[in-house]
Design a protein around this ligand. Structure first.
Ligand SMILES: C[S@@+](CC[C@H](N)C(=O)[O-])C[C@H]1O[C@@H](n2cnc3c(N)ncnc32)[C@H](O)[C@@H]1O
Length: 309
C-alpha cells in the first residue's frame, strides 16, 4: 500500500478514535455483543478472520479463539489492539477491497498530465476521472488469496464496509486539494460523484462476493445509512431500498446511503447464502450525525434463511 493511502487510513482512524464517544455506549454494547457472539460461535479448530479490526474498540478480543487473525490496512491498528487488549494478534495490513491502489493511480492520472506533470484544471480533471472510473473493476485479490490458503470457518466484518466510499471520497478530495472535485450546485448532476458512487457499489459487491465464496460463516456489521436530520426516528420493517426502513417522526429525513445502493441482505441471498440473523440500531456518532447500523449473520446455505427476522 502506498504511503498516501496509509496516511489516509491513519488519518481516518485517528479521527474515528478522537471523536467524543460519550453517546456511544449503546452502540458499543451492541456491536461488541454481536461480534462476541460470532467469535464464541466460531469453530476454534479453524481460522477466524476479523476484517476492519481497527484498534479493537468494537471487537471483544478476549472472546476470540486462539487462531483468530486481524485484518486492517491502518498501520497502527495491530499495536493499538495490543495496547487495548494486551493481545498480540496475527495481522494482515492489506487493502481488503484490492481496489484502492488502482483508484489512487487513476485519480493521479486524471489530476495531472502524465507528460508534463502539470495539474489539469479541476473541472477538466473531475470530468476525466468520471470517464475513467467505470473501467475499474475492483477485485479483492489479497483477501481471496488469504481465504484460499487458510480456509477460515468464520469471518467477521467489523464496521468497515461503510468506509469504502468514504475513503474513496477522501482520496479524491486529497488529490484535488485545495480545489474541490465536486459540482457545487446541488441542482446540477455531478458526473464524478455518480461515477464514484458506482465504483463504491462495485467495490462493496466484489467484497461480498469474495466473502460469500469463502464458505465461512459470516458476521457482518456496517453502516447502512448516515442520518443528518434531527428529530425522532422510527425504524420500519426490513425493506430494500433501505430508505423505507427509516421514518422521521418530525420534519424531513436527510440521510445518505453508506453502501452506494447495495443492500447487503439482498446481495447475500442472491449469492446463495442464508441470512440467519439480522439486527439494526441507531448510533449517535456525533451531534447531527446518526448512523443506521446493520448486523447480519449469514451461512453458506439457502435452507436456513430467515426471510423476516
Ligand atoms: C470504523 S473503523 C472500525 C473500527 C474497528 N472495528 C475497531 O474495533 O476499532 C473501520 C476500519 O476499517 C479499516 N479499513 C477501512 N477500509 C479498509 C480497507 N479497504 N482495507 C483494510 N482495512 C480497511 C480502517 O482502517 C478502520 O480501522
Amino acid at each position: 500500500m502506498s504511503k498516501p493511502l496509509s496516511r489516509l487510513l491513519r488519518h481516518e482512524q485517528h479521527a474515528f478514535l478522537a471523536r467524543d464517544r460519550s453517546a456511544w455506549e449503546a452502540h458499543l454494547a451492541r456491536i461488541r455483543a454481536f461480534l462476541g457472539e460470532g467469535l464464541q460461535a466460531a469453530d476454534p479448530g479453524r481460522p477466524v478472520l476479523v476484517l476492519g479490526a481497527g484498534s479493537g474498540l468494537e471487537v471483544p478480543w478476549d472472546q476470540a479463539p486462539a487462531a483468530t487473525v486481524g485484518w486492517d490496512a491502518e498501520p497502527w491498528s495491530r499495536l493499538r489492539t495490543l495496547l487495548r487488549h494486551r493481545r498480540w494478534v496475527p495481522w494482515i495490513f492489506e487493502d481488503a477491497t484490492g481496489a484502492l491502489t488502482d483508484l489512487e493511480a487513476t485519480v493521479r492520472r486524471a489530476v495531472m498530465e502524465p507528460w508534463s506533470k502539470r495539474r489539469r484544471d479541476p473541472a477538466t480533471a473531475a470530468l476525466r476521472l468520471a470517464g475513467l472510473l467505470p473501467s475499474l473493476q475492483p477485485r479483492p485479490v489479497a483477501l481471496a488469496a488469504w481465504i484460499a490458503v487458510h480456509r477460515p470457518g468464520t469471518i467477521l466484518a467489523a464496521n468497515l464496509m461503510g468506509q469504502f466510499g468514504v475513503l474513496a471520497e477522501s482520496l479524491v478530495e486529497a488529490a484535488f486539494a485545495p480545489a474541490s472535485p465536486w459540482v457545487a450546485d446541488p441542482e446540477r448532476t455531478d458526473p464524478l460523484a455518480e461515477a464514484l458512487e458506482a465504483w463504491t457499489a462495485r467495490t462493496v459487491t466484489a467484497f461480498l462476493e469474495t466473502l460469500a465464496a469463502s464458505g465461512a460463516d459470516l458476521w457482518l456489521v456496517h453502516d447502512r445509512a448516515v442520518v443528518f436530520s434531527g428529530g425522532r426516528l422510527a425504524l420500519g420493517d426490513w425493506e430494500d431500498p433501505w430508505t423505507r426502513q427509516l421514518r422521521a417522526e418530525t420534519g424531513a429525513l436527510e440521510a445518505r446511503d453508506a453502501l452506494a445502493g447495495v443492500d447487503v441482505r439482498t446481495a447475500l441471498v442472491r449469492l446463495g447464502l442464508a441470512v440467519v440473523g439480522a439486527e439494526r440500531w441507531l448510533w449517535d456518532l456525533a451531534p447531527g450525525q446518526r448512523h443506521l447500523v446493520e448486523a447480519l449473520r449469514a451461512r453458506p446455505t439457502r435452507d436456513q434463511a430467515l426471510r423476516n427476522p
